[in-house]
Write a protein that binds this ligand. Sequence first.
Ligand code: SF4
Length: 404
Amino acid sequence: MYRIKSTDILKQVMADYFKSMDGQRPIAWCTSVGPAELLRSFGFDVYFPENHGALLGATRTATDFIPEAVKCGFSGHICSYTTSDIGSFLKNKTPLQSHYGLEGVPKPDVLVYNTNQCREVEDWFTWYANYFKCPIVGIQPPRYLDEVTKDEVGLVVKQMKKIIPILEKTSKNKFDIDKFRETIKLSKEATSLWQEVLKTATKRPSPFNFFDGSIHMGPIVVLRGLETAKDYYKILLKELNENIDKGIGFLENEGPRLFWEGMPIWGKLRMMSDLFSQNNTAVVASTYCNSWIFDDFDDKNPFESSALAYTNIFINRSESAKMEMLKSWFEEYKIDGIVYHDTKTCFNNSNAKFGMPQRLTEQTGIPSLVIEGDLCDLRFFSEGQSTTKIETFIEQIEDMKVLS
Ligand code: SF4
């Protein structure tokens, strides 16, 4: 039975992170691809509601909470991170209580969003800003870009600089460019290590898959800008490289290699992982896990480089830019097929709604499958139907390989 031993350390790292937000330092809430490094440079503890949404999905408690948000006027068809998180807050029930002994989610001194991923985060954070009567600031980069030019970067830099006075006021600390350089440097080191972790899956047999990545990405999401993230990925990378040297992969007989496009189905991560493994199929790469690779960070130009890094991300790009990125991942990870998770409540992170799967298959010859589901709301997911579709897809890929 393949097991990544570093998972034990990961659990401790995540527990320490949650327990560290004890109100001794100011707390900023931040979106998952928001300017965490800038916030860390002010000495904020940084809390990520999306990470909490994923926790609600993974613990399968989200559907208990979504109706609470619906009662407040949120549609049950919008982002189920948003609705489950708000519902959980209204019921004052969270896995943070049972898992880490917290009283509830940490209270914010300021909320900071970046709409590089979606506009939903602005609405979500605004609800909390009204509730807590605390300041909210945001960055709104241009979206759907083929290319990110100096014009867009300049605009985002201006937006980042504009929020500094609020961050100074709420943190009670003056902005310090050297501290910002330091957090960018730490983040760059962590993100480079995370990239190396993901790239271990280019090897055959692969020691790491998308489902592992969805768990081990915790530190790169919530601990960017701190030593802890860097230290953790060094440990994980060492273990994976040792497995590569010994020829140990997570599958004994690795068959087709697939790419996962879209959000994880958090409450069915284990079921999905087992399903692919039982079919000797390795899901070796994903757009989701690659979303936290920020190659452009440069501590010599902290504003420009982080503006570029956060505007450049896959979710913020045009379809043609996304297709080029996918083509390059297909080659790098030696992909035989792609599974699109058409996520019911996340329009932004679903790329199967406007014919991209067909266009990409025509251009690359890589077969595709679309499955319907959701990140948190399991009422939109049919296990039986998805299993049949996936098993048939894998058989087709295997047949194609025999015939070629
Ligand atoms: S990208 Fe999707 S899942 Fe993430 S916050 Fe936005 S709508 Fe929700």
